[in-house]
Design a binder for this molecule. Structure first.
Ligand code: PHE
Length: 457
């Protein structure tokens, strides 16, 4: 790819370097899903059993599906919808489902991005410099159930997205990811050390890793599998879209190992930061969506006012940046659909999409407070967007992608694409293809059927 610099005359951008793609794809994967969603879901679902099913999902489905999406995107040089339309018209709906999923995720994700931004400022003002669970819970609830404050921060967050995505692939996404990822990683490692050395953290570690199988249910398995899709940005054509910007000599196989590997490592680190410290400091681990926002400030408070404030500012800034590198990929799915399929200019596509998404985010934000009485199938608007994507659209999207590769695209074409015409060694090809054809669609189908009754809130 380094041989093919981006030119202003080519209609499609390309990533400027191999490492640029890895950072961008990992940037898409690593986000609020890892740091906000994974620890709180692990807490809600009773710890170890959820974590183990999550890890199994990454292992059995995540790596393989990542490779499938890379292959489809690079083969066609088209985003999700276009990729399927060109390869087999009957599967165009999978791409459309993906665009819809991107849309719905972007209907609540920026709200949480906004919370992160607001927490940078709350750290600066010293409002969070306490370890008391009730105070920190009160601050968090005060923010999310409010009317204007969360909408204001969501707006700031959306503007940051728009600026990056409107700048195009090479300029915006790549640069943002390169700086943020290593910094985030280093900070998480520091925080893990702090968290697991707190007195009483051992119990939290046991909660996180020692499974209590009595917690196992269809709902838990679907939630854990859905979290794997969400965290790896899979099942909605996001990785198809990113790899459509990828050159023909890139090694897809190694990327499909590195990226899920990094993402899972970050999720585990975040779990190790948040869960043991929550237990050690007396927070309710099953308290739900606020877990990261109420426990992390307490960890910083234990570090003393100056050091704590410094780390707090760095943490929430990195969290917001990690969220940004994910949401720009979500926005990119919708935007590249409009560019490729509807011939819109990038600027128009970004503009129109952002306005609609912002309205959805306002509704999602208000559904935590003033509009909490309004529910769809027992869920408020925020949870409805969240569950519709992670429990329905992403798993089914992944299932159809798998069926497409295993049954319609065919072994020869798949082999040629993933091995760059036989030049890349991939000794597990047959295993991978067998997983695509049989195992993955069947597993997803069974998990979906047994777990979907957990959808109503
Ligand atoms: N993977 C992202 C995260 O963990 C969210 C995301 C989902 C991004 C789907 C793109 C596609 O935060």
């Amino acid at each position: 790819m380094s041989q093919q610099p981006t030119t202003t005359t080519s209609s499609r951008d390309q990533f400027r370097s191999r490492i640029g793609f890895i950072f961008a794809a990992a940037g898409s994967a690593v986000g609020l899903g890892n740091i906000w969603r994974f620890p709180y879901l692990a807490g809600v679902h009773g710890g170890g059993a959820f974590v183990i099913v999550y890890l199994l999902s990454v292992l059995i489905i995540g790596f393989s599906l990542m490779l499938m999406e890379f292959a489809l995107g690079r083969n066609t040089s088209l985003a999700a919808v276009g990729a399927f339309r060109t390869l087999n018209k009957k599967f165009t709906f999978v791409g459309i489902m993906g665009v819809l999923a991107g849309f719905l995720i972007m209907g609540f994700y920026p709200v949480v991005g906004g919370w992160s931004l607001s927490y940078i400022f709350k750290t600066i003002t010293g409002e969070l410099a306490v370890t008391d669970p009730d105070t920190l819970t009160g601050v968090f609830m005060g923010l999310i159930t409010g009317t204007w404050a969360p909408i204001f921060w969501t707006a700031i967050y959306m503007i940051l997205n728009i600026v990056i995505v409107a700048g195009g692939i090479g300029n915006g996404i790549e640069k943002a990811s390169k700086v943020m990822m290593p910094a985030l990683f280093v900070l998480l490692v520091i925080l893990v050390v702090r968290s697991v050395t707190l007195p009483g953290a051992g119990e939290g570690l046991a909660f996180l890793f020692a499974p209590d199988w009595s917690k196992l249910s269809g709902g838990l398995v679907l939630a854990a599998m859905g979290q794997a899709f969400f965290s790896l940005s899979l099942g909605m054509g996001c990785m198809i879209t990113y790899s459509s910007y990828l050159s023909k000599n890139e090694n897809l196989v190694s990327n499909a190992f590195i990226i899920p590997g990094m993402d899972t490592l970050v999720a585990l680190l975040a779990g190790l930061v948040i869960v043991p410290s929550a237990v050690a400091l007396g927070f309710e681990v099953g308290s739900g969506a606020g877990l990261a926002f109420i426990t992390v400030p307490a960890i910083f408070a234990t570090m003393g006012p100056v050091v704590g404030k410094f780390f707090g500012i760095v943490f929430f800034t990195l969290l917001a940046l990690a969220a940004l590198t994910s949401s720009i990929s979500l926005l990119e799915v919708v935007v590249s659909y409009l560019i490729d399929e509807k011939n819109m200019s990038r600027k128009n596509a970004v503009g129109i999409t952002s306005v609609i998404l912002f309205i959805m985010c306002i509704a999602a934000s208000l559904s935590m407070g003033p509009w909490s009485g309004f529910t769809i199938l027992g869920n408020n608007i925020f949870d409805f967007f969240d569950k519709t994507t992670s429990l329905i659209l992403l798993p089914l999207g992944g299932m159809f992608i798998s069926i497409f590769i295993g049954w319609f695209w065919g072994k020869d074409k798949a082999f040629k694409e993933v091995t760059n015409d036989g030049t890349v060694k991939f000794s597990l090809f047959n295993t991978w293809f067998f997983l695509c054809r049989w195992i993955i669609p069947i597993i997803i189908f069974i998990v979906f059927i047994t777990g979907i009754s957990s959808f109503p809130g």
